[in-house]
Structure formats: C-alpha cells, structure tokens
Design a protein around this ligand. Structure first.
Ligand code: SAM
Length: 286
C-alpha cells in the first residue's frame, strides 16, 4: 500500500507558502509562546519550526550560525564573554563555544520547549548545550538585559520574526539595554530579516542602533530555507569598523574550519545592495 505523502507548510507573512516533504513528525508542542515542531524532511534533514516558520534545518543551518557568530567574534580583537538572546536550537551557542578564548556564554531563550526538542532530536545544533562555559537561562531576553548588571563583549540577538514575544527585541528600549550591557568596545548582531520582505524592519533596526553605536550596517547571507534566500544581520559596533578593523590573519590563526564563513565572505557581506542603501540612508554608518 503506497504510503500517504506528508508535508509541512510554511505560511510566510500571509502571502507566500512553501511546503517541505517529510518522512516523520518527531515533536509537536503548543507552549504559551508558540507551537514548536520538529520534523524529518526528505531534502533538508531534521527541521525545527516555530509557529510553522522554519527556524533551522540540518542542511543549511551552518550558513546562519557561521554568519551570526564568526563575523562579530573575529571582528572583536579579544572576545571573552558573549550573551545570546533566543537561539534555543543551540546552533549559535555551538559556534560561539568553538572559539577557545570564550570564557563565558549566557543564552536566554524564552521557550524551554525549543531547547528540549532540539536536545532530543537535532543534536547537530544542540550538541554544545552542555559546555561548562554555557549558562542557559529559560526566560525573556527583554527582562534579562533590563536587569543585567554583567558586561559582555558581544551580544547576539538570535530571535524569531518580530512577532509575539520577539516583538520587543526589535525596539528602542531593548537596544538601550543592550548598549548598557556591552563593554565600551562591544558589538551587537541582530537577526536582521530580509531586505526583500522586511526592508522597513531593517530601516527601523538601523535607525534604533544609529544613535547608540559608532558603526551600524546590515550584512548579508543567503541560505536555502529562509524565504527568498537573501537575508541579513544588522551589526552595531561601539568601536571597531565592521570590515576595516578585521584582522584577516586572525581567522587563519584560529585553525577553525568553516563551510560558509571566511575573511573574504566577512568583508563581502557588508557590501550593501543599492535599494537597501537608498532606503536605510544615513542609518548606515560605515
Ligand atoms: N535562526 C532562527 C531565525 O532566524 O528565525 C531563530 C532561531 S531561534 C529558534 C529563535 C528563538 O527566539 C526562538 O526559540 C524563540 O523562542 C526565541 N525568542 C523569541 N522571543 C524571545 C525573547 N523575548 N526572549 C528570549 N528568546 C526569545
């Protein structure tokens, strides 16, 4: 008897749907924040979805996690303490903790079900969550930075779309607090949406950062499973120019191997597309 085909469907911003053929539904839980699912797909390995939006897949997660992590961690000359907001799948923490000079990483994820599901089913991203340098807090990142007395060299905002609990992570008060918890040469990188689907959010984020950081710019990456493929991070840097202050030799000296990041990709990622330049204007400070 022919097995009935099964698919998961991503409904992106109410006007675009993508379907992924699956072989198995591994995890499904409705929490107070979102519906968390893990499925096994035909073409992308295991996949995490929050509220039916694709968060990570085994096939292409290396792109996002390389670029959110190694761009700021190689730009900063000597990062020791990193704060991750969100990032429940563990991929960002995994890449941070590959840097031997990192002494402490705090990860604040609002939904424990995301961590639990990835610990159980997506070891590829969650494999470093038991690292002794990591402090994992299940809580709201907005509250954490509001009350935080500790200082960090780098803050990585690895959040979902600007909806639900992630909404304040795209607001001015949050970035006032981020600037407060960063050291005087600190760097923040935020999940910066897509210039094709959410240019208005990129304009808002760069506007919010522009009066708090010396350098502000989007930087690009392209992966397989985020709609349209061309997405960005937004960097705010208190002291270091995102490309001119990169010590290229430091990447080689690290002895680390990457599948997406290298020093040329780092520099090239900051080449801002013209329609983005026109819209973001003076918010870009390079
Ligand atoms: N790479 C993915 C992307 O670009 O969409 C995001 C990875 S991770 C799964 C995003 C996480 O942010 C989710 O697990 C979500 O629960 C978490 N999150 C959303 N709002 C949050 C908040 N206010 N504090 C902490 N974590 C939050």
């Amino acid at each position: 008897m022919k097995m009935k085909e099964d698919w998961v469907e991503e409904d992106f911003r109410g006007h675009l749907k993508m379907k992924y053929k699956i072989t198995e539904r591994l995890y499904h839980k409705k929490t107070e924040f979102q519906t968390v699912e893990v499925v096994n797909t035909v073409g992308f390995g295991k996949m995490l979805l929050n509220d039916s939006l694709v968060m990570v897949t085994e096939k292409d997660e290396f792109v996002y996690h390389d670029m959110i992590t190694h761009v700021p961690l190689f730009l900063h000359p000597n990062p020791k303490k990193v704060l991750i907001i969100g990032g429940g799948d563990g991929g960002t923490a995994r890449e941070v903790l590959r840097h031997k000079n990192i002494e402490r990483c705090v990860m604040v994820e609002i939904d424990g079900a995301v961590v639990d599901s990835c610990k159980e089913f997506i070891h590829q991203t969650s494999c470093a969550l038991d690292d002794s340098r990591l402090e994992l807090i299940i809580g709201d990142g907005v509250d954490y930075v509001d009350k935080c007395e500790e200082k960090f060299d780098v803050v990585l905002v690895d959040s979902t779309e600007p909806i639900g609990p992630a909404t304040p992570l795209f607001g001015d008060k949050f970035y006032l607090d981020v600037a407060k918890v960063l050291v005087e040469d600190g760097i923040v990188v935020a999940q910066g949406e897509s210039p094709f689907y959410n240019l208005e959010m990129q304009k808002k984020l760069t506007e919010i950062m522009s009066d708090k950081f010396k350098y502000v710019s989007p930087y690009n990456y392209s992966n397989l499973t985020y709609p349209g493929g061309a997405w960005s991070f937004i960097m705010g840097s208190k002291k270091y120019h995102p490309t001119k202050d990169l010590d290229h030799a430091k990447v080689g000296r690290s002895g680390m191997d990457f599948n997406y990041y290298n020093e040329d990709v780092h520099v090239g990622a900051f080449a801002v597309l013209n329609f983005v330049k026109k819209e973001l204007g003076l918010n870009i400070k390079m």
